[in-house]
Structure formats: C-alpha cells, structure tokens
Design a protein around this ligand. Structure first.
Ligand SMILES: NC(=O)c1ccc[n+]([C@@H]2O[C@H](COP(=O)([O-])OP(=O)(O)OC[C@H]3O[C@@H](n4cnc5c(N)ncnc54)[C@H](OP(=O)(O)O)[C@@H]3O)[C@@H](O)[C@H]2O)c1
Length: 244
C-alpha cells in the first residue's frame, strides 16, 4: 500500500533529521535542505526511496519555485508538512543588520507561510492534512539578543491557530489541522556554539535538568501528525523539559 507523503523542511541536521528518521517508517518523505549536499548523510541512513527537494529559503523567489516544484512532485497526494527549517542569528536588536533580519524573516516566517499556503490547496481534494510548524519557547517568553528570532517563532503560533480557525469556516468536514511544536533548549548545531556560561544558566532553568535530544521533539511531531492526535488542532505543544 502506498504510504502518505510528508514534507520535512530542514531535514539535514538536528531536529529535522531526527523527525525524518522517526517518520521514515510510516510515511514517504519529501526531504528538504538548503542544498542537496546537506542531505548526503541522511540519505545514506535512509536509502534512496525518499524524494529530495532543496531550496535556499533566504531567497523568497527560490521558495516560490520550491512550492511549484512541490506541487508537481506530489500531485494531489500530500498528507503532511513539517515546517522545521529555521535559523537564529543572535545579536542585540540595535546592532542587527538588515540582511540578518531579512534572512530570519524569509527562512523562519515567509517559507513556512508560502509552503502552508501551497499545502492547504493540495490537502483539499483529499479533505485531510496536517501542518506542523516548529516554534520555540522564546516565541512565548521572548529572549534577549533574539528579538527577531523570537518574533518569527511567535508568528508560528499565530499561523497555526489562524489556519485551524480558517479551515473550520471554509468547510467543517475537512480533516485538516495546523499545530505548533515549540522546543526548549535542544542539543543541535543551533545551540552548540553558545558560551558555556549561557548553557549553564539555561540548565538551571530546566526542571528536567538536561538539554533535550532532537528525538524527543521528533516523537511529539510524530504523534501530532498521526490520527491519534485528530483532536489536537491549532494549539502550541511545548517540548522543553519545563523550561519557562
Ligand atoms: N535547537 C534548539 O534548541 C531549538 C529550540 C527551539 C526551536 N528550534 C527550532 O527547531 C527548528 C530546527 O532547529 P535545529 O536546532 O534542528 O536547527 P539546525 O540544526 O541548525 O538545522 C537547521 C536546518 O534548517 C536548514 N536551513 C538553514 N538555513 C536554511 C536556508 N537558508 N534555506 C533552507 N533551509 C535552511 C538547514 O539546512 P542546511 O543543512 O542545508 O543548512 C538545517 O536542515 C528550527 O526552526 C528552530 O528554530 C530549535
């Protein structure tokens, strides 16, 4: 039997890679990274059976081309999207360059927005689909030196909630859901270069007393995508060991 198709953006490393490895047994995947070379290691582990579609989301035109290619690739048989690709360029706001601000807005907000817009149209004929947007605990709490990044992650929460409400108004019989999954401090490339003093400070604030493993986020994404989570919609699921 043909498996359902799920797009995972930013599947080459960290949380996205863990999501790809976790979902690979139950779904046919469309794996994204900024460039094909980034996916070499993952493809060695997964074998050649999954599709690959790459684009640099810092360029909005490239994101539009990616969305068109996605439509061509899946026809009308897309079941899920995991909007995971993201970057954090930390700096006090007053010293942020326009280029860094635009990169974060394009990759963290415009790409998930345009991909969700594309996916919703593809979901309609099958009357089902799930969009998972990767948020962050700082989307709720805010964070020094992450003004732009925190804003982009708060945008994911608003986007998921709004899509859920909008779909219900369009057609109550649609089984289409949108959910945010918001990690806390997860051990990936994104966090590895933070100064030790900063890491120690975070650790003190985490009741579970360790930095999360990418698999621990992937397990929640797997659940959120599944039929078991049919009544989970619009909400923001925290995966943060109690970090507030
Ligand atoms: N790690 C954490 O503690 C943490 C906490 C909260 C939220 N999150 C969120 O979780 C998601 C994954 O984070 P992570 O820690 O796994 O990140 P990561 O290890 O830095 O991986 C980032 C992923 O995004 C892709 N990406 C980066 N720049 C891109 C671009 N210009 N165009 C397209 N794709 C691009 C990367 O692809 P390439 O390999 O090709 O560069 C890579 O697959 C992000 O949305 C992040 O904001 C992470």
């Amino acid at each position: 039997m043909e498996k359902k198709k799920v797009l995972i953006t930013g599947a080459s490393r960290g949380i996205g890679k863990a999501i790809a490895l976790t979902l690979s047994k139950d779904y046919d995947l469309i794996l994204h990274a900024s460039r094909p070379e980034s996916l070499k290691n993952l493809l060695k582990e997964l074998g050649p059976k999954h599709a690959v579609l790459c684009a640099d989301f810092s360029d909005v035109e490239a994101t539009k081309i990616f969305c068109n290619a996605l439509k061509k690739l899946v026809g009308q048989s897309l079941y899920g999207v995991v909007n995971n690709a993201g970057i954090a360029l930390d700096k006090p706001l007053m010293y942020q360059s326009m280029n860094a601000i635009e990169q974060m807005l394009n990759i963290n907000v415009k790409a998930p927005l345009l991909i969700s817009k594309t996916a919703l149209k593809l979901f309609i004929p099958n009357k089902e689909g799930v969009i998972i947007n990767l948020g962050s605990c700082v989307g709720e709490t805010g964070n020094a030196f992450q003004v732009v990044y925190s804003m982009t992650k708060a945008a994911m929460v608003a986007m998921s909630k709004s899509i859920a409400k909008e779909i219900a108004l369009i057609d109550k019989t649609l089984n289409i859901r949108a959910i945010t999954v918001s990690p806390g401090f997860i051990d990936t490339d994104m966090t590895k270069d933070l100064p030790e003093a900063v890491k120690e400070k975070y650790l003190e604030m985490i009741p579970s007393s360790y930095f999360g493993h990418p698999n621990e986020v992937a397990n929640v994404v797997e659940f959120a995508l599944s039929e078991k989570a049919k009544y989970v919609n619009g909400t923001n699921i925290a995966v943060n060991g109690g970090l507030v």
